[in-house]
Structures are given as C-alpha cells and as structure tokens.
Design a protein around this ligand. Structure first.
Ligand code: ACO
Length: 320
C-alpha cells in the first residue's frame, strides 16, 4: 500500500521583512545575509498564530484536493512552535476546519517534521489505519527567536504548508529517516524549566541557539546520503528524478547537496530567498508553490528531504 497526494495548500503571513529592513534595527546587511544564505526576505506574523496559519493552509489544501473536512480520518501537524502544549495544534486544526471524524496528533521533528509526518501517514496507510489524511508543517518561529542574536534571527520566517494524502496502490513511495540525539546540542530551543513545589527556576527561557557551521556540515553530509539511500531502495536513478524538494534552510546547503548528488541545480526548486527557513513548513510550502505553478504532472518522480534539529533527517521518494 502506498499513498498519493491529492492536494496541497499553504499560507504565509502578509508582512514581508527584507534584509534591508533588518539592517535598520540590527547590525547586519543584505550583503552578509544573502551571500551566505540566499535569503532576501521572510514573512513575519503580526496577527496569525501557529494554529490560525495551519487552518488557512489546511482549507486551501482541502479545496485543492476536492476533499471535505469530514472525509479526513487523521490530521498530523508537524511543529515545534505550537500555540499551546495542549490542546495540540492538530486538534485546533480539527476545530478550525470541522474535521469531526479525524484523529489528531502533533509531531515534533523540527525541520524534518513534515517528512516525518508524511512517513507516519504512509505507515498508517500500510497498516490499514488511515485512508484520507492531512499533514501540515507550520511554524511561528518569530516568537522563539532571540532577536538580539543576529547570527540566528536573520535565518528564519513564519508560515504553513499542507498536503492531503489518500491510501492508494497506484503510486510508488519509499522512505528513509534517521535521528542523532547525541548531536542535538548544535541546534536547540529550550521548553519550560523545571519549576514546581520543590524546585524554583524563574530564569528567562532560552530561545533558538545554533552552531551554524556544525549544522551546515551535518546537512551537506546527511542529505545526499539519505536521498541516495531512498533512491537505491526504489531502484531509481538520480537522473530520472524530476525535482529534489529540499528543506529550505540555506541556498548554499542546497547547492552543496546538488553538487554531491551530481545533479543540476535547476532540479532543486527554491523559495528560501522569499520565505527564509520556516522549519517544518518549508517542504510543504514549496511543494504547494510547485503544484500551483503546474510544475508537477502525473507520474513525475520527486524526492522530498528534510533535515534539522534533533538532529533529524528524512527523505521520501514518490511518484506524483
Ligand atoms: N550580519 C552580519 N554579520 C554577522 C551576522 C549577521 N546577521 N551573523 C553573524 N555575523 C558575523 C559574526 O559575528 C562573525 O563575525 P566575527 O568574524 O567578527 O566574529 C562573522 O559574521 C562570521 O560568522 P560565522 O558564524 O563564522 O559565519 P558563517 O560564515 O559560518 O555563516 C551561517 C553563518 C550563515 C549561519 C552558516 O554557518 C550557515 O549557513 N549554517 C547553516 C545553518 C543553517 O542554515 N541553519 C538553519 C537552521 S538549521 C536547519 O534548518 C537545518
């Protein structure tokens, strides 16, 4: 049993903040940011929250798929920046779209989140546990960034992307995923401290911290390895793949992956220049943009690949 993608949707907050805008409020420049990352602007939320963005992307995906909310049996939301610890973002999406028959669960695998969510849906389909499922990647990273740390805050943005899948035998699908918790310290964002009857800790919570060079080395090593592994499983040659839809962290990481895979950069669509890094949302936002532009046709072979905090990584090979 496999799954086919029935439709996609995405949402970006209206406010776009350019590198020049940032250079007016911190010691940075368009030249520094764009030459190292390819990022020129990012969307930052003013009124939207993680759940409202997720609901907007979900409604667009339902419309694109021609599926009603009542038909969904599962909603998987990948996020590390939910509005609440509970109710989960997936339950808030259920409420927002009226998906009364869905079982809802959040997944946290940072920038690999959407791919992990898709892997979960594939596993549910194979186990006969899910027929029509919604997978969302959504982040409001602007609320967990340290805006006094120019080395991290310029890299990220807010947004949501969604795909609706159906259990189906007509498509090929292969997955690879991995985690390396021992190296998790290179990219962190602390949750609440232990603060109870017995322990008092009122110190401010830490925001996103990153060892950029270590993350860079991890990504350029692991992404081509994971993609090669998933294509080997599928018995598909790299040359046959139409698009490699990679997590949009950084243009230089994507270029390095393309070089290592010996594939032309044109096969690696990008929107990191306009959206920056929206963690779990990058892959579904980009996939939706490609879908809306008519870049994908029945039978196209594509690879989705996510990598990031945890450390985590994952790739999916599928036919459209
Ligand atoms: N503007 C201007 N100068 C800056 C900025 C900024 N925004 N940020 C840092 N600098 C300065 C530093 O202070 C340092 O100055 P110094 O030499 O006087 O000390 C100098 O620029 C160089 O800093 P480095 O950190 O060495 O810069 P580097 O060339 O490594 O580039 C970058 C940093 C872009 C983060 C790079 O390491 C990278 O691309 N890493 C990948 C990490 C990534 O993409 N993470 C995304 C999240 S994780 C994920 O999604 C997988």
């Amino acid at each position: 049993m496999s799954v086919k993608i029935l439709g996609t949707g995405s949402f970006l907050p209206e406010k776009s903040v350019s590198n020049d805008d940032l250079s007016k409020v911190m010691d940075t420049s368009d030249e520094w940011i764009s030459s190292r990352t390819g990022i020129r602007s990012r969307h930052i939320s003013i009124e939207d929250t993680t759940s409202t963005m997720a609901v907007k992307a979900a409604k667009k995906a339902l419309e694109n798929a021609g599926v009603s909310a009542e038909e969904l049996d599962h909603i998987f939301v990948a996020t590390l920046s939910g509005d609440h610890a509970t109710p989960s973002t997936s339950c808030q999406v259920q409420k927002g779209i009226g998906a009364v028959n869905a079982v809802c669960m959040d997944i946290n695998a940072a920038c690999s989140g959407f791919v992990y969510g898709l892997n979960t849906a594939i596993a549910y389909a194979r186990a006969g546990m899910g027929k029509k499922m919604m997978i969302i990647g959504v982040e409001t990273l602007s609320k967990i960034l340290d805006w006094s740390d120019r080395s991290t805050c310029v890299l990220f943005g807010d947004g949501a992307g969604c795909a609706i899948v159906e259990a189906d035998d007509s498509r090929e699908i292969y997955i690879d995923a991995g985690s390396d918790g021992a190296k998790g310290d290179v990219l962190t964002c602390e949750e609440r401290h232990l603060n109870n009857l017995l322990v008092k800790d009122d110190s401010p919570m830490q925001q996103v911290t990153m060892d950029g060079q270590e993350v860079f080395k991890f990504a350029v090593r692991m992404v081509p390895k994971s993609i090669t592994k998933v294509l080997d499983q599928a018995g598909v040659d790299k040359e046959e793949v139409k698009y490699f839809v990679l997590h949009q962290a950084n243009r230089r990481i994507i270029e390095a992956a393309a070089r290592r895979l010996k594939q032309p950069i044109e096969k690696f669509p990008m929107n990191v220049d306009r959206c920056a890094n929206t963690s779990s949302a990058t892959v579904p936002i980009l996939l939706d943009e490609m879908n809306q532009k008519g870049m994908l046709s029945r039978g196209d072979k594509i690879v989705l690949s996510g990598f990031g905090g945890g450390l985590t990584w994952g790739s999916v090979y599928l036919t459209w």
